[in-house]
Design a protein around this ligand. Structure first.
Ligand code: MN
Length: 287
């Protein structure tokens, strides 16, 4: 099942080029009171929401829209953590080490040594928000990444069990200001984590190690690669991340970007897609 969030926090069931409004399915969510849970409520109850959405759809559902007419929001409204993998494709490690515009005299170590990093959750937006360039005097790059959304909490999750903790996937853009600062700062301006276009539940992804990622900027292909070339695959990333912190439903894991990262400018249009997960159009703008 593919579920999107759109317009004023509506929930939609994606059916080809159309979206069926199934916002009523959110009524299965438990009521929350302060202090709010650390997980995302929808993702923590995804199976119940999907079952209700399916039931609503069989009865005809609500309004029907064309995808192109909607304002797409981040499919995860309240991720507790945005975990990200640096240099997780060998060819990207090579380009980062060779290009001073990428490394800025930072030492680019292998992921097994430097570990993972966190992006501010306030950086998360959906496709329609676009990306406002935060530091126009710097190089600002796109990084397309496969994103996994955790569905079941866990700590010290062995790689062999990791996939049972994944609820869904989406396309991600780990937008990046190049420079000397820590990754967590350079990759966390508002809007620098684009998630979308929607959630695709894990049961619909046959092989997470064989997904084609592709991003075009103004019609020109910049990154075109396959998740089979990940240095640490998703199970290893989940084992690594959960050895440091408890993963919660709605936590997002950005699995790293392949080679081909490049600068974008206000006015550019990025089209990012991953096989089976959808295609999102993201415009670059000034503030
Ligand atoms: Mn990245």
């Amino acid at each position: 099942m593919q579920l999107c969030r759109f317009n004023d926090d509506r929930l939609g069931l994606v059916q080809g080029d159309e979206v069926l409004d199934v916002t009523e399915a959110l009524q299965v969510l438990p009521a929350c009171r302060y202090p709010l849970p650390r997980h995302d409520l929808l993702v923590a109850n995804l199976e119940a929401v999907c079952a209700e959405a399916r039931r609503l759809a069989q009865r005809g559902g609500g309004a029907r829209h064309r995808v192109a007419d909607l304002t797409l929001l981040s499919p995860v409204a309240n991720p507790g953590k945005v975990i990200a993998a640096p240099v997780n494709y060998a060819k990207h490690l090579q380009e980062a080490r060779e290009d001073s515009g990428i490394h800025h005299q930072n030492q680019i170590g292998e992921i097994q040594r430097v570990g993972l990093f966190l992006k501010a959750t306030s950086s998360v937006v959906g496709a329609s928000a676009g990306v406002a360039i935060a530091r126009p005097e710097r190089r600002n790059d796109h990084e397309i990444e496969l994103v996994a959304v955790i569905g079941k909490a866990g700590r010290h999750i062995p790689a062999a069990e990791a996939m049972s903790h994944v609820a869904a996937y989406c396309v991600g853009l780990d937008m990046t200001v190049r420079g000397p600062e820590e990754r967590s700062m350079r990759k966390s301006p508002d809007g620098y984590t684009v998630l979308g276009p929607w959630l695709t539940t894990a049961d619909e992804v046959a092989d997470v190690n064989d997904l084609q990622l592709r991003i075009e900027v103004n019609g020109e292909v910049r990154q075109d690669a396959n998740t089979r070339d990940l240095v640490l695959g998703l199970p290893a990333l989940i084992e690594f991340a959960s050895s440091f912190y408890t993963l919660q439903p709605g936590d997002v894991i950005m699995t790293g970007t392949p080679e081909g990262v490049s600068q974008v400018f206000p006015g550019d249009r990025m089209v990012a897609q991953i096989s089976g997960l959808g295609r999102m159009v993201v415009d670059v703008r000034t503030i």
